[in-house]
Design a binder for this molecule. Structure first.
Ligand code: NAD
Ligand code: TYD
Length: 359
């Protein structure tokens, strides 16, 4: 079996669902179920004996040791993290705890487990660390996209803690020989993304007639990748990635935030038209995020050259699937948008008074 951490979150759950639809190999899903973890996403696996769920904190060494020794996985895929940049600005401590201390604790448990394996199993074992392109910092308009050799320059508490975790993973290979591989991926979008991130937030606010908050001038650029393509890349890296290597994963889809918001509004105008006007009318410019990185872009050629991976979705096909999914799954959104979520929305947007007139 494989052990997945954070498999009740956005990307982890998509990964588990995709994995079990294509493979008979079982998954041990270890998740603390923070505000971002939702078992509702995994409802379809309720009676599937290949999905074993353990509610646990990756910072808990005793529990990690016990789970590894009981289930004997051939690989650990580490998705669990605090993942929202805005939350890391409001409260960085939890990010240091889960992203740094949690990764360290999991590496220690993995190393002890791996050392005790028979030699053949040791050679086949993998610790796959799921990371982000945000560790590379911010690009200027004319800079080349991030490659695997771009120096680290994280700018937010989120990216700084992810960078620290990447360095620890690297050190466990070089110092102790733990067979690791790391992926650094660009912004994901798709089904089951928690509604505080840009795309699901815009869909939800649009449908309920609320302002669509665009930070700053809306010209910050992200390189968007459909979540199913990210999951496919992780499967490839697990199966064929070279030991100790890092692989950048991206969609060759650089878009400004305004482009993204416009695309969502235009799809909603087509799929669920308002009685009058366009959803674009709800766009509102609000105060910028402190230290807001201007541009991310990924050079994913190494992954394509070595493992033959390419994204299956373009931004146009992926965003249409995503908007349609949210229209069809309002019940899931209502379930996850708990009291805690509403408190977050108040904390993040109350102080961001509209900076320009609605456009
Ligand atoms: P998410 O916030 O949606 O989910 C994180 C999951 O981890 C949740 O289920 C949460 O309950 C769990 N978790 C948090 N702390 C935990 C702990 N201490 N112990 C066990 N479980 C814990 O995040 P996501 O968007 O699915 O991201 C998954 C991974 O991918 C993260 O490592 C993130 O850095 C990375 N990543 C995300 C993106 C993106 O665009 N979302 C892009 C590149 C990389
Ligand atoms: P987000 O989904 O939080 O991902 P990240 O910060 O990890 O890239 O945000 C994506 C972009 O959208 C980012 O540049 C910030 C911007 N943004 C807004 O303009 N308004 C919003 O309400 C949110 C949540 C994000």
């Amino acid at each position: 079996m494989i052990l997945v951490t954070g498999g009740a979150g956005f990307i982890g759950a998509n990964f588990v669902l995709d994995w079990l639809s294509a493979s008979s190999e079982a998954v041990l899903n270890v998740d603390k179920l923070t505000y971002a973890g939702n078992l509702g996403t995994l409802k379809s696996l309720r009676s599937n004996p290949k999905h074993i769920f353990a509610r646990a904190d990756v910072c808990d060494r005793t529990v990690m040791d016990a789970l590894l020794s009981q289930h004997q996985p051939r690989a650990i895929l580490h998705f669990a993290a605090e993942s929202h940049v805005d939350r890391s600005i409001h409260g960085p401590a939890e990010f240091v705890q889960t992203n740094v201390v949690g990764t360290f604790t999991l590496l220690e448990a993995a190393l002890a487990y791996w050392k005790a394996l028979p030699v053949a199993d040791q050679a086949a074992f993998r610790f796959l660390h799921v990371s982000t392109d945000e560790v590379f910092g911010s690009l200027s308009p004319d800079d080349a996209p991030f490659s695997e050799t771009t120096p680290y320059a994280p700018n937010s508490p989120y990216s700084a803690t992810k960078a620290a975790s990447d360095h620890l993973v690297r050190a466990y290979l070089h110092t102790y020989g733990l067979p690791v591989v790391t992926t650094n991926c660009s912004n994901n979008y798709g089904p089951y993304q928690f509604p505080e991130k840009l795309i699901p937030l815009v869909i939800g606010n649009a449908l309920s007639g609320k302002p669509l908050p665009v930070y700053g001038d809306g010209r910050n650029i992200r390189d968007w990748l459909y979540v199913g393509d990210h999951c496919a890349a992780i499967r490839e890296v697990l199966a064929h990635g070279r030991l100790g290597e890092t692989y950048n994963v991206g969609g060759w889809n650089e878009k400004t935030n305004l482009d993204v918001v416009h695309a969502v509004c235009d799809l909603l105008d087509r799929l669920k038209a308002k009685p009058a006007g366009s959803y674009r009318d709800q766009i509102t410019y609000v105060a910028d995020r402190p230290g807001h990185d201007r541009r991310y872009a990924i050079d994913a050629r190494k992954l394509e050259r070595e493992l033959g991976w390419k994204p299956a979705e373009t931004f146009e096909t992926g965003i249409e699937k995503t908007v349609q999914w949210y229209l069809d799954n309002q019940e899931w959104v209502d379930e996850v948008a708990s009291g805690e979520y509403r408190k977050w929305v108040e904390a993040n947007y109350a102080l961001r008074a509209s900076t320009l007139s609605t456009q």
